[in-house]
Design a protein around this ligand. Structure first.
Ligand SMILES: [Zn+2]
Length: 281
């Protein structure tokens, strides 16, 4: 079984001005595609999708073009989720030009850098419609407090494929007491929304990530989204910030999905990513 990792990053700190990672972090150093290639050696992961680190407002399309260029030399990169300015009146022509240059598959916006209601704004909505028109996707980098806003947004754009990044980062220590459970169940009712089983460890702590009970959260996602709309992503190299290796992160995800039969695991580790991002694999 060959896996697709639907979520990784690279960054070059000298090349672009990033709002994150901050200098106090262990991952505040350069990461390149060859680092990913080294990490996936002797694993089933053969292909991966890059996800933006820069919102377009802080770097235009330079990051997207940089990664699409590297993808021509690193066949591991089969897709790019770009930081596009959804509010720009030029969005249509920007997309047309990027599509001609490489493997553009979708867009994302780092919501942490904007007001919580950014996703519901009219000019953003116009941009989402443009993505749909170009058969691109939108990654929702949301936290639990954003989730009540999501049903209205995804209902408004039924032909746009959305994916929730990192299971919306639930606070695992709060168990079943939060709104995350119901909110995710409501969102999963929309057939155009997928969910990334990714980034589970990224924001945990080095000494406690192993003791967290992630399983009920993953089981809930499997039950509401089903095996056809859950997708594996690593979020490399973010988990290196808590001293976790690519192989440890992968083994951790595999263990959480071990109860599924091989056919269902194939969907989550490969086929759903190909279908969602329309990868040429
Ligand atoms: Zn990420």
């Amino acid at each position: 079984m060959e896996y697709v990792d639907c979520h990784f990053h690279v960054w070059a700190l000298e090349k672009f001005k990033y709002p994150w990672p901050t200098p106090d972090m262990r991952i505040h150093k350069d990461y390149w595609p060859c680092g990913l290639e080294g990490n996936i050696e002797n694993t089933p992961v053969k292909h991966a999708v890059f996800v933006q680190c820069l919102n377009a407002s802080s770097g235009g399309t330079a990051e997207t073009e940089w990664v699409m260029d590297m993808a021509t030399r690193h066949p591991v990169i089969v897709g790019v989720v770009a930081g596009l300015d959804l509010t720009s009146s030029n969005l249509d022509s920007v997309i047309t030009s990027l599509k001609a240059k490489g493997c553009l598959k979708g867009a994302r916006h780092i919501l942490d850098l904007d007001a919580d209601d950014w996703i519901t704004r009219d000019n953003v909505s116009n941009g989402l419609e443009t993505l749909a028109k170009h058969d691109l996707t939108f990654d929702l980098l949301v936290r639990p407090h954003h989730l009540p806003l999501v049903p209205t947004v995804v209902a408004k754009h039924p032909s746009l494929r959305f994916i929730i990044d990192h299971t919306a980062k639930p606070i695992f220590s709060e168990g079943r007491t939060t709104g995350w459970w119901d909110d995710m169940a409501q969102i999963a009712k929309f057939p155009n929304v997928f969910c990334k089983i990714s980034g589970l460890i990224s924001e945990q702590k080095e000494d406690t990530w192993r003791s967290i009970d992630y399983q009920p959260f993953i089981d809930h996602l499997l039950s509401v989204f089903g095996v056809d709309r859950c997708v594996f992503g690593s979020d490399w190299p973010v988990f290196e910030n808590v001293g976790v290796t690519y192989k440890e992160n992968l083994a951790h995800t595999e263990k959480l999905l071990a109860k599924l039969d091989q056919n269902d695991r194939l969907k989550i580790f490969r086929e759903n990513a190909i279908r969602f991002y329309k990868l040429n694999l």
